[in-house]
Structures are given as C-alpha cells and as structure tokens.
Design a protein around this ligand. Structure first.
Ligand code: PLP
Length: 433
C-alpha cells in the first residue's frame, strides 16, 4: 500500500521543524541531488554549508565504510581511538596562528560554541560574553542567547542565559554608524570599547565571540582591519576572542579558516559543518593555556568526536589539500560574484553583492535608495529556484539575502548552469511583480 508521506509528515513532525520543500531526497552525488520522484537539483545549499567536499566523495565513502566495519562507538572517555587524537593534532597544526593549540570534539556547531564559552569562562574566571547584531551561533539555550535574530530562532523560547551583551557588527551595506569604508577608519570596531562605558564592565567579560564573516546574518563581510582591531581591544582587557568558524571554515572562503584573511589568531576557534562532510562532528580548538584551564573530566560527552566522523574529518582535511579546495573556492567565488554583479546591472532589486571566496550573497531590496528589504521577493525567488531545479537557501535578519554554499568540488559546467538558473529565475520572479 502506498503511504502518503506528506500526510504522514504532517501527523508525525511538529510544525516547528520546517522544511523548504516537501520533496524527499533519494541520492546525491557531488553537487547534484536527486529526489524520490527522480527530479534532479543542482545543489547551491550544500546542506547549509556542510558539503564543501561534495556529496558522497569516494574518499569519504571509503573512510566511512572502513570504520563501519571496525567499531561504531566506545566513548572516548572510556577507551579512546587513534582518529580522535590524530584529528585534534591536525586541527591544532592547521588552526591560524603559531601558538601551540589543543582541540576536542563535540557533535554540532551549537555545542562547539557552548564549549568554547565554557572554556573561556573557566580560563578567565569571568562570566560575560559579547556577541554581535546579526550573529548566529545555534539553537541551544546559550547559543540562542548569543544569536541575534528573534524570529524564528528565539521567539517564545526565553528566558536566555544572563551576561550576554550585544554590539553592532561591521555591516558596511547598512553601516551602524552611517559611514563609508575606507573613510570610516573602521570606527565600528570601537563600538566594543564604547560598550565598556555604558553596556558592560570589561573586567567581567570572558570573551567576545564573532563569526569571521556572518553567515545566517546575511553573508556580511567585515573590512580587512576589523577583526584585528576587535582582537587588540580584547587583549587590552584580558578578554578572549572566539572565532566561530562553523560556517566559514574548511575552505569555504578561500582559506582553510576565514580568520587567515584577517591575520587574526583567535584564542579559541569553533568548527563544525563541513568538517564531517555530513557526519556530525564539531571541534573546539584553542591556545594550550586556555584549553587546559578546565579540570580533568570537565570537558566531553558520550558521542563527541565519534569514530566515524573523526575518520571522515581526517579525510576531509586531506581532500582540502590534495584537491586544493580553498583555491578552488576563490575561483568559484570569482565566477559567482562576476555573474551576480552583471545581474545587478539589470536588476535594481539586487542592492548589494558581497562575499569572501565561495561564500557569496546578494541582498535584495525593493528600492536601492531606501534599501528596504525585499523579503517577499526573496522568498518567492527561493521557491521558484527550487521549481527550476536549484537548491538554495536564504539568510539575513530580514530574510532578504540569497546565499550560495555549493560544494567546492562542483564541476564548472554545473556551476555555470546553476548560475544560469539563478539569472533566469530572477527574471521570472521580478517580471510578475
Ligand atoms: C556560525 C555558526 N555557528 C554555529 C552554528 C550552529 O551549528 P549547528 O546547527 O551545527 O548547531 C551555525 C549554523 O548554521 C553557524 O552558522
């Protein structure tokens, strides 16, 4: 008997678990996804930035299969395994900066952020955290508190943890100080210092947490000097600087980690998403003296750094190097930006095109002068892109940023075809308005 899956979904899942489409995936290969009805999609979403090495990379499959045959789980706190140790050592070596590092593993980006804050509090003995407007750090209680956008992430889910303070980010298209780069002198970084006067006492702040490029907030790329300025203000006051590389990491921006573009060595860095190529794993990597602050037994969990994900993550790091994926990200980004910029000349609704490496977005507005967010248009565009065979997700506090997170292994013809679909589809949805 045929099961009506739409109906079963409606009767089985809470409405809070929203999906962009009712289609169901049957299989995926590199940058293509095929649904159960045989429809093929070009994947410009990558499972929200998870598939930097593409779906079902043969080396990932081989590593996963081999581990499946060996053992599934022992818990690293009971009896450990080589891949966990090797992965920590690899991340310590690859993390930006020269200070000796330590790493450990958990299961998701939110959990990594929770842990980074936990370590920062332990190392400093201070409670406070400074986060940014438009930030996204996850959906657990602490990370919802750090996240900026109210709906859908925080609405009705409080109370949130105390001692979280928020300052504006370097959002040049909508500058919080109404200035223009470079004449502005990156004055927005000084908003952290201003916070010391009227928002929070610096000696009570354990850490500042920043995404190198804001992801869910709308692919907001700060000026090159921004993070170094923040970091140096932090240093003046003994505040730790956490770089949340969950979305920007693993080659996406043209470097293995986006903070390399900014020349900043964070005190603690979080990674997740593409580290495991679809198998859940997240890392907390930081300077030795900070990471060693918590007492023995203070860090970890049952599933953190599960053996299959560790084996896969090691192979992901190899693939990054062997296939030069950060370099490929630069070329992907160049092509996407070129196309979006050409489209901007024809579509006044494209208010801004921005990005770093292959993390490129366009912000849609109803009028380039007022910059009024074109939220309805962006949602219609996303839906139509799906109808036209392209998987895509949107971002931004006003849900008006179209972002691209295609696998960095995408074939050039597939990339060009996907960009053609984006162009043709924007013509379709703007024509009916
Ligand atoms: C910068 C950043 N931090 C944390 C998270 C949360 O990761 P997860 O969904 O794996 O908990 C995300 C997810 O999008 C993210 O983009």
């Amino acid at each position: 008997m045929e099961i009506d899956l739409d109906n079963l979904r409606a009767r089985s899942l809470p409405r809070g678990v929203a999906t962009a489409t009712t289609s169901l995936v049957a299989s995926a290969k590199n940058a293509r996804v095929i649904d159960t009805e045989g429809r093929e999609f070009i994947d410009f979403a990558g499972g929200i930035g998870v598939m930097n090495v593409g779906h079902c990379h043969p080396r990932v499959l081989a590593a996963a299969h081999a581990q499946l045959e060996r053992f599934a789980h022992t818990c690293v706190h009971v009896i450990g395994y080589e891949s966990y140790i090797r992965l920590a050592a690899r991340l310590n070596e690859k993390a930006p900066g020269r200070s000796p590092k330590r790493s450990y593993f958990v299961n998701s980006g939110a959990e990594a952020v929770e842990n980074a804050v936990k370590v920062a509090r332990s190392a400093t003995g201070r409670p406070g955290i400074v986060a940014f407007e438009n930030a996204f750090h996850g959906r657990t209680n602490l990370t919802m508190g750090l996240t900026s956008k109210i709906s859908p992430y925080k609405k009705d889910f409080g109370p949130f943890t105390p001692e979280i303070y928020r300052i504006p980010y370097a959002y040049c298209y909508r500058c919080p100080l109404n200035l223009k780069y470079p004449g502005c002198g990156v004055e927005c970084a000084e908003l952290l210092r201003r916070g010391f006067e009227n928002l929070f006492q610096p000696e009570r702040i354990a850490c500042v947490i920043a995404e190198p490029v804001q992801g869910e907030g709308g692919f907001i790329v700060p000026p090159p000097e921004y993070h170094a300025r923040l970091k140096s203000i932090c240093e003046e006051h003994g505040i730790l600087f956490i770089a949340d590389e969950v979305q920007t990491g693993l080659g996406r921006t043209g470097k293995l980690f986006a903070m390399e573009h900014y020349g900043v060595e964070a005190d603690i860095m979080t990674t997740a998403k593409s580290l495991g190529a679809g198998y859940p794993i997240a890392g907390i990597t930081g300077k030795v003296e900070i990471m060693d602050a918590p007492h023995p037994g203070g860090l970890g969990g049952t599933f953190g750094g599960n053996p299959l994900s560790c084996e896969v993550a090691l192979v992901v790091l190899d693939i990054m190097e062997d296939e030069r994926l950060p370099e490929r990200a630069l070329e992907i980004g160049r092509r996407v930006k070129e196309r979006f910029t050409a489209m901007q000349r024809r579509f006044p609704q494209i208010g801004d095109v921005r990005g770093l490496g292959a993390m490129v977005g366009m912000e849609l507005v109803t009028d380039p002068q007022t910059k009024e967010p074109a939220t309805a248009l962006t949602k219609a565009y996303r839906a139509k892109l799906f109808d036209n065979g392209l998987l895509n997700i949107i971002a931004g506090t006003y849900d008006n940023v179209v972002r691209t997170l295609m696998p960095l292994t995408i074939e050039w013809e597939t990339l060009e075809r996907g960009l053609d679909i984006m162009d043709e589809t924007l013509a379709q949805v703007t024509a009916v308005r």
